[in-house]
Design a protein around this ligand. Structure first.
Ligand SMILES: NC(=O)c1ccc[n+]([C@@H]2O[C@H](COP(=O)([O-])OP(=O)(O)OC[C@H]3O[C@@H](n4cnc5c(N)ncnc54)[C@H](OP(=O)(O)O)[C@@H]3O)[C@@H](O)[C@H]2O)c1
Length: 323
């Protein structure tokens, strides 16, 4: 991947396939079929993370994508380990009940230690992040990630030791770009502190107003939940009233149409993230994939949709970029 594609410069916004449901809502066979169908439909960018499906999401991507690795972009995360033994832990908890009753002091000391070791600060300890990347690469059957995002990261986790580890990966090519996959407020503080090391911002789709600060230092802007949030917004009575007020008959008709609604929302989301941006989208239904890639051009309806969302949702002190 060249420097240009890592930063997203001079490249149209693209849809990425979000793999959070692989190995959870769908079993192995259906997940494999879904990823194969996404590839056939034209998706070339895949977003995953170790906890998705307790590691199964990365394994499924490894199985399907290993043979075409050179043609696709793989983004994974570190910071939330996959629950290695979720089932075993549940069983242990039941077994431990007699200990808890007999030795409450010992139990509470052990419980405190367990809580501390699972605390947010521990999620970004160098040894844990190191192990997380090693395991992700093994499951994904690749020697590098196109981007590694710090999952639900917060400013205090950005230690010099973690910075040195990440810089080493950038230098040896195991990771081609770094970023955050967290809330908007945390993205802003983390990027202000570690720019230009962090080149990707991935956050909930910020319908209405991308703060200029999120774009500072030209990070590659990637958003998720655009469909989920957009669908909720167009269902709100206030939105129907705004459509009437603007005499937006064509947009209203398109949003009332089941197959057109999602496509118009995604076209608007891509327009909002702008050049070099990514909108991560997901579906469990293979038949929807081609529709999702076959988006309408940015026309007056798409621009009006973004304007209406901006007016409805603009955050004081920011200015919308959607018009
Ligand atoms: N911290 C982070 O980094 C983070 C956090 C959250 C999410 N993510 C990533 O983002 C991905 C996507 O998240 P998401 O699932 O919330 O995103 P989304 O794409 O906004 O929403 C998916 C939902 O939209 C529905 N849908 C898809 N196409 C549709 C259409 N044409 N019309 C109507 N509904 C449609 C899907 O239902 P059907 O399945 O029935 O089609 C599904 O319920 C995740 O898989 C994950 O990779 C990352």
């Amino acid at each position: 991947m060249t420097g240009d594609t890592a930063t997203g410069a001079a490249r149209p916004a693209v849809l990425a396939f979000g793999c959070g449901s692989l190995g959870t809502e769908l079993g192995w066979r259906d997940s494999v079929r879904l990823v194969e169908a996404a590839l056939q439909a034209g998706f070339r960018h895949f977003d995953t993370a170790p906890p998705y499906g307790a590691g199964q999401s990365e394994r499924i991507l490894g199985e399907v994508l290993a043979s075409c690795r050179g043609q696709i972009t793989l983004v994974s995360k570190a910071g939330i380990a996959h629950p290695r033994a979720a089932g075993a832990l549940r069983a242990l908890r039941k077994l431990a009940l007699p200990v808890k009753r007999a030795l409450p002091g010992l139990w509470s000391r052990a419980a405190n230690q367990a809580r501390e070791s699972a605390s947010p600060a521990a999620r970004f300890a160098v040894a844990d992040v190191q192990r997380s990347l090693d395991e992700s690469l093994r499951r994904l059957r690749t020697d590098h990630l196109d981007a590694l995002l710090l999952h639900e990261v917060f400013e205090d986790a950005l230690t010099p030791e973690l910075g040195a580890l990440l810089d080493g990966w950038l230098a040896d090519g195991r990771v081609r770009a770094l970023g955050t996959g967290t809330g908007v407020a945390q993205s802003l503080t983390c990027h202000a502190r570690w720019s230009p090391r962090l080149r990707w911002v991935q956050c909930d789709h910020y319908w209405g107003a991308f703060t200029p600060a999120l774009r500072q230092g030209s990070p590659r802007l990637s958003t998720h939940r655009a469909l989920r949030l957009g669908l909720a917004l167009v269902r709100a009575p206030e939105f129907a009233a705004a459509l009437t007020q603007h005499g937006a008959d064509s947009l209203r008709r398109r949003l009332a149409n089941d197959s057109e609604r999602g496509r118009v929302l995604l076209a608007a989301a891509l327009q909002q993230v702008g050049e070099g941006g990514t909108v991560v989208v997901s579906t469990l239904r293979r038949e929807r994939l081609r529709d999702l890639q076959d988006l309408p051009a940015v026309d007056d309806d798409v621009r009006l949709l973004n304007r209406l969302f901006s007016e409805a949702l603009a955050v004081p002190g920011t200015h919308a970029t959607a018009s």
